[in-house]
Ligand binder design. Structure first.
Ligand code: AMP
Length: 110
C-alpha cells in the first residue's frame, strides 16, 4: 500500500478536508505554506508520466477538486503543483496535487 492508500483506508490519520468517490484531500504534514493541502486520486497512479489515456477523467477531476477545495479553504490566489520524479521533489509515488496558498509565492519555484 502507498502511504496515501493508508490514509484513504484510515490506517493512518490525516486532517482530511474533502473526500468523494474518486479523490481525497488532506493537509500536508510538513506544510510549505500557511495552507498546504494534497489532492490524491484514490486510484493509484505512481507518477504523472505513468498516467495514460484511461486516467484522463480522474486527472481532470483532481484539477476540479483542487479548485473547489482551494475555494472552500478561502484561498483566492494559490499554486497547484505536481512533482514528477525524485529530482522534482517527488517522495510519495502515488500521484498527488499540492495546493499551496496563504502567502506570496515566489517564481520560479526552487
Ligand atoms: P511529494 O514530495 O511531491 O511526493 O509530496 C509528498 C508530500 O506528502 C510531502 O509534501 C509530505 O510532506 C507529505 N506527507 C508525507 N507523509 C504525510 C502524511 N502522513 N500526511 C500528510 N502529508 C504527508
Amino acid at each position: 500500500m502507498t502511504l496515501f492508500e493508508k490514509i484513504i483506508a484510515r490506517k493512518i490519520p490525516a486532517d482530511i478536508v474533502y473526500e468523494d468517490d474518486r479523490t481525497i484531500a488532506f493537509r500536508d504534514v510538513n506544510p510549505q505554506a500557511p495552507t498546504h493541502v494534497l489532492v490524491v486520486p484514490k486510484q493509484v497512479i505512481p507518477r504523472l508520466d505513468t498516467a495514460g489515456e484511461g486516467d484522463v477523467a480522474v486527472l481532470g477531476h483532481c484539477m476540479l477538486v483542487a479548485g473547489k477545495v482551494a475555494t472552500q479553504l478561502g484561498l483566492g490566489s494559490y499554486r497547484v503543483v505536481i512533482n514528477n520524479g525524485e529530482d522534482a521533489g517527488q517522495t510519495v509515488f502515488h500521484l498527488h496535487l499540492h495546493i499551496l496558498g496563504g502567502r506570496k509565492l515566489g517564481w520560479p519555484p526552487g
